[in-house]
Design a protein around this ligand. Structure first.
Ligand code: RNT
Ligand code: ZN
Length: 433
């Protein structure tokens, strides 16, 4: 059986009809309840349907890619060894396709440079070209997905502790060349899909122990970035990701929040906000309303840090709910691109994919269902009690009925019905790897 018929047979086993009446009935009641406080649920669903989430290809294979079998380095790490990891380009594609069949809406696919179609040959990072991504462009088109992209500074003999911020010109030039080439690949993707490909630059550069050259590395990094960004490439947009620390790079990170905020503000560049990249007690959601005043756009890496930047599967928690509330309250959905960034190798990887994507949609939907008009009225009138009361009441409105209907309407499993679907795929596909 080929992968398409497996996916089709699994989706047919989802018990939709039996539940139909209760899903529709619950939605009608929910719709009325929300209408009472001035919220149009149909409109919220429509916005959710139109908002793509960029699925990170690296959840399928523990951030390994197809360049070499060198382990992960550069301050990030996956933990766990659940069986069934995707081992090659076809398996990565099949897993993404299957995960997508369980998620409502049209989504984008976020690739790293190490996921190129290198045809079994070793292509070094300073040699990558658009041709290595032609089959991805084709595949994405066939599967109705648009592509986003990432340069890859980790997991390479020249990664070391410093790449774009390296004082050694040979190493620094190598990574400048890599990043320039990646921007051209992203440009080719964007042109082919008729929509800008967003390319993220995250480099791990930093220091395990104390450094006396904090400013010097940041100056070099800024110079490298300026050089990289010189080329005008209309098919793509670049964003730069900030970070607090990496594993083995605990004392100092070149691309810290302050550096990236300053760089993006002065160069009018998109800022990548990864929810795992700040102090644990920092209010990441609050950054949205500041950054948006000074940078043109935001790229979100929705993740879940546990004690550190652990990249646990995104769930519907306060941190993620607050993040999307701030984006909707700032009327900034058009300026915020949503991507996921976690890698859990300890549970079924496709399950992890689907849980995190659906959780992100739940958080966005919850933000879209906020009675913002009324809340703003109260706030303007200085009615603090009424504002707090409505915020509290809004928490227990029948949100779940709206989310169920959204999935039902989009022909994907409602509620926990995706669990048996993933179990079946595991039985028929991933457990045989
Ligand atoms: C690392 C960054 C970065 C990576 C991916 C693989 O801390 O979050 O975005 O996770 O590029
Ligand atoms: Zn990230």
């Amino acid at each position: 059986m080929n992968i398409d018929s497996i996916i089709k047979s699994i989706s047919e086993t989802t018990d939709r009809i039996a539940k139909e009446a209760s899903i529709l009935g619950a939605y009608e009641i929910a719709k009325d309840r929300y209408a009472e406080i001035g919220v149009d649920t149909d409109k919220a669903i429509e916005t959710l349907e139109k908002t793509p989430i960029s699925l990170h290809c690296w959840q399928t294979d523990d951030v390994i890619g197809f360049e070499s079998t060198a382990g992960l380095s550069g301050g990030i790490q996956t933990t766990g060894n659940y069986p069934g990891r995707a081992r090659n380009i076809d398996e990565v594609r099949n897993d993404i396709k299957f995960a997508k069949s369980l998620i409502a809406g049209n989504h984008r696919l976020n690739l790293h440079e190490i996921y190129g179609d290198f045809g079994g040959k070793f292509v070094d990072r300073d040699q990558c070209e658009p041709k290595h991504f032609e089959s991805w462009i084709q595949w994405a088109k066939e599967n109705n997905m648009k592509l986003d992209f990432n340069s890859t500074s980790f997991g390479h003999p020249k990664s070391g502790d410093l790449s774009l911020a390296n004082p050694d010109p040979a190493i620094r030039e190598f990574w400048i060349e890599h990043t320039k080439r990646c921007r051209r690949i992203a440009d080719a993707m964007g042109k082919a899909q008729g929509d800008p490909c967003i390319m993220n630059i995250w480099v791990h550069d930093g220091s395990k122990d104390q450094t006396v050259e904090r400013k010097r590395y940041r100056e070099i990094f800024a110079e490298s970035l300026d050089e990289i960004l010189k080329e005008d490439l209309p098919g793509m947009k670049t964003c730069l990701e900030a970070k607090l620390f990496g594993i083995g790079l605990e004392s100092y990170t070149v691309g810290s929040h302050d550096f990236v905020a300053g760089y993006c503000a002065t160069r009018k560049l998109m800022y990548t906000l990864d929810t795992g990249h700040y102090e644990m007690t920092e209010n990441v959601a609050d950054m949205v309303a500041s950054l948006l005043l000074f940078v043109p756009e935001l790229m979100l890496h929705v993740s879940r840090p546990i004690r550190w930047d652990s990249d646990h599967v995104t769930i519907m928690n306060d941190q993620t709910l607050d993040l999307f509330k701030e984006i909707v309250r700032a009327d900034a959905l058009g300026r915020a691109h949503i991507g996921l960034d976690y890698f859990d190798a300890a549970i079924n990887r496709i399950g992890a994919y689907v849980i995190g994507t659906r959780a992100t949609q739940k958080c966005l939907l919850s933000a879209l269902l906020e009675p913002l008009g009324k809340l703003r009225e109260y706030e303007d009138a200085g009615k603090g009690f009424q504002r707090l009361a409505l915020l509290e009441e809004a928490k227990t409105l029948p949100f779940g009925a709206v989310f169920d209907y959204f999935n039902y309407k989009n022909n994907v499993p409602v509620g926990a019905a995706f669990i048996p679907a993933i179990e079946k795929y595991e039985q028929e596909v991933t457990s045989k790897r």
